[in-house]
Ligand binder design. Sequence first.
Ligand code: AMP
Length: 190
Amino acid sequence: MNLILFGPPAAGKGTQAKRLVDEHGMVQLSTGDMLRAAIASGSELGQKVKGVLDRGELVTDEIVIALIEDRLPEAEAAGGAIFDGFPRTVAQAEALDAMLAGRGAKVDVVLRLKVDETALTGRIAKRFAEQGRPDDNPEVFGTRLKAYNDQTAPLLPYYKGQGKLVELDGMGSVEAVAADIDAALGQVVK
Ligand code: AMP
C-alpha cells in the first residue's frame, strides 16, 4: 500500500510515519529527512538546498521528485511507502502518480491530519525549544506555513477529486491519532 501523510508542518506526520514503520514494516519516504541528510553530509545537493531550507521555502520540484524516484524500488520491495512531506505541489503529485503508474502501482490513500494554526504554532515553539531545528524558529515557521497554504493546500482538491482523501482530526494525542489512522487504513482496499 502507498499512503500519503498530508498536513502542514508540525501536524504530526513524521511521528505517525515512524510509528507505522515500526508497527507495519512500511518504508517512510520523508523528503525533509533526505534533504537534511544531504545538508549534513555536505554533498553538492546539500550545499545547493541549505539556504532554501533555512529560509523555509520549498526546494524545486525536480530535486524532490528525483529523491523520491530513487527510493521507489526499495519501498516497493517493502510492500509500499509512507510519503511524509511529499508531494507538496500539484506538479509533485502529478509526477508521483506518473512514477507509480510506471511501476504498476498507485497512491492508495491520502490521510490528512487537520491541526489548527494556533496549535501548530504552539507545537513548533515547543519543538524549537527542545530540538533547536533552525527552520522551526518563529519567523521561518511563518514562511513554511505560508508555503503550505499557498502551494501545498491546493493538493487537497486534487486528491479529493481522485476519491483518495481521508480527513482526520490531528489535534488529539499521538495515540488517538494513531488509532484513527489505523481505522482509516483498515478501510482501504489495496
Ligand atoms: P519537512 O521536514 O517535511 O518539514 O521539510 C523541511 C524542508 O525541506 C521544507 O521546509 C522545504 O524547504 C524542504 N522540503 C521537504 N520536502 C519538500 C518537498 N516535497 N518539496 C519542496 N521542498 C521540500
